[in-house]
Design a protein around this ligand. Structure first.
Ligand SMILES: Cc1cc2nc3c(=O)[nH]c(=O)nc-3n(C[C@H](O)[C@H](O)[C@H](O)COP(=O)(O)OP(=O)(O)OC[C@H]3O[C@@H](n4cnc5c(N)ncnc54)[C@H](O)[C@@H]3O)c2cc1C
Length: 455
């Protein structure tokens, strides 16, 4: 019998398996997809100009030590996010304004002051410790900023934050969840920043998925079962048995589940998870968190003085960035098609999605005809993925963060839970996934040391 079986080969599952193996435990990883990496998926361009990051892409060398350690260990090459140039704010389909990247959009002075007030409030809140109160947890983010006296244009900006950070509208997540997310992730400003102080500082030249592929090699490819969706998990106290849809049955002393909690209800778990664990996990939602990546022969927007960054109140693209990798002759704009506008856009057929993306880019970049000359185009709808069902990470139902804090993510019998959603730091990110992977392996090791090795 194995010591531990890990369900899922995303960053958290791979790290859990690797840490367990390093601690001397025998491990197997069972993954539904035919690849490792989960929500990190780097697909090659047909033009051989590097890859498109359909999932996570950005990292930070000084703030995210686990990811950075792997970058160095595996000798991966990175690029810094380009900061120079003019940014664009699209306030409605036909209304746009330009502003220097890194400062507030061209709002009125009263609105700029209000935006700075709201931003500073969240930054101050996010530097506090502990969980926000149940009162704040029972209020949506939209209601919370109304109470702070938000102006209409600034409320729309708060909605963009919620869309691009979590794939949800500000009415759909609790203010406490938003604040807690900022607290775990070095503060609101670090989450939003594209320079060395924030989460969008660097990208990979050859794709973030390289890390997953390399960790998989360290675990041992023979111990990783791909294309094997798990169907049932039976905890028999002395051991735990995992059965896949293709009939594979694996028994181990412990099981680490790395699938997002929103999806636990899709597994046959016996005995069933305790009622309060079911309530909180069934209540989590995965956002509409999609990407459209448009690749060009040249970075024409730079020639025009644009940074490539834009934010939009009209959608469907909510926010975009330059994602070029000059070393690969790769010139692309990547837009997030998130929240409600992303939900509507994702219902369109592929040709109509592409048309909507190009039309909006044309409005953002002043009708430049180059917009309509992409060499390659990708879009990725994570809600359509059977083994993800949305992104970025599960978000608690309003009021549940504080109510179920004592059970959420805690082991149940021989079943342990990891995944970026549980991370005390960089929750929602690759770094957070690695952090919980380490923690899950530690939990298992500790509990195995308490029981005899042979049963
Ligand atoms: C569009 C997008 C942009 C992002 N941008 C960034 C970014 O710039 N920087 C950053 O750090 N993070 C980013 N993220 C977030 C990052 O991708 C995630 O935080 C991280 O990859 C989550 O890892 P995980 O292991 O917790 O979960 P997952 O990656 O979801 O792993 C879960 C694994 O379980 C598998 N699985 C599911 N069901 C089953 C089953 N029945 N049986 C077996 N296996 C199963 C899945 O296939 C998957 O491999 C982004 C994500 C998306 C989608």
């Amino acid at each position: 019998m194995l010591d531990v079986i890990v369900i899922g080969a995303g960053f958290s599952g791979l790290q859990a398996a690797y840490s367990a193996k390093q601690a001397g435990l025998s491990v197997a990883v069972v993954e539904a997809r035919d690849r490792v990496g989960g929500k990190i998926w780097s697909v090659p361009l047909a033009s051989d100009r590097g890859c498109a990051e359909l999932g996570g892409a950005w990292i930070n060398d000084s703030l995210q030590p686990r990811v950075w350690n792997y970058v160095q260990k595996f000798g991966l090459k990175v690029v810094k996010q380009r900061l120079e140039g003019t940014a664009v704010m699209q306030e409605s389909e036909n209304e746009r304004s330009e502003f220097p990247f890194g400062v507030a959009p061209e709002f009125s002075s009263e609105e700029k002051e209000n935006l700075a007030f709201i931003r500073d409030h969240f930054q101050a809140e996010s530097l506090k410790k502990g969980l926000p109160s149940a009162e704040v947890d029972n209020m949506s983010l939209a209601e919370y900023v109304q109470k702070l006296g938000v102006l209409p244009k600034v409320a729309k900006m708060v909605n963009i934050w919620s869309q691009v950070m979590h794939g949800l509208e500000a009415t759909e997540e609790s203010a406490a969840w938003f604040i807690d997310y900022c607290r775990r992730n070095k503060g609101f400003m670090a989450i939003r920043a594209d320079d060395s102080t924030g989460g969008q500082y660097m990208r990979f030249q050859d794709g973030a998925q390289s890390i997953a592929k390399e960790i998989a090699k360290l675990i041992g490819l023979n111990s990783i079962y791909l294309s094997s969706p798990v169907d049932s998990i039976i905890d028999s106290k002395s051991h735990i048995t995992v059965t896949t849809r293709n009939g594979k049955m694996i028994t181990a002393r412990k099981c680490i589940m790395s699938v997002p909690s929103t999806m636990y209800k899709e597994f046959n778990i016996s005995p069933p998870l305790p009622a309060d664990v079911q309530t909180v996990t069934n209540g989590t939602v995965l956002g509409d968190y999609n990407k459209a990546i448009v690749c060009y022969d040249k970075p024409w927007w730079r020639t025009e003085g644009f940074n490539g960054y834009f934010a939009s109140y009209s959608g469907p693209l909510t926010l975009g960035r330059d994602t070029c990798v000059e070393e690969k002759n790769h010139y692309s704009l990547t837009a997030f098609v998130n929240g409600k506008p992303g939900r509507e856009w994702s219902k369109l057929p592929p040709h109509a999605r592409r048309a909507a993306v190009l039309k909006q880019l044309s409005k953002v970049f002043k009708g430049n005809p180059e917009v309509f000359r992409p060499i390659e185009y990708f879009d990725q709808i994570w809600q359509h993925e059977e083994f993800s069902r949305g992104a970025l990470a599960p978000v608690h139902a309003i009021g549940h963060l504080t109510k179920y804090a004592s059970v959420y993510g805690k082991p149940v019998g021989n079943l342990h839970f990891v995944g970026t959603e549980y991370s005390p730091e960089w929750k929602g990110y690759m770094e957070g996934a690695l952090c919980t992977g380490e923690q899950g392996a530690e939990q298992v090791l500790e509990s195995l040391q308490k029981i005899p090795a042979k049963i």
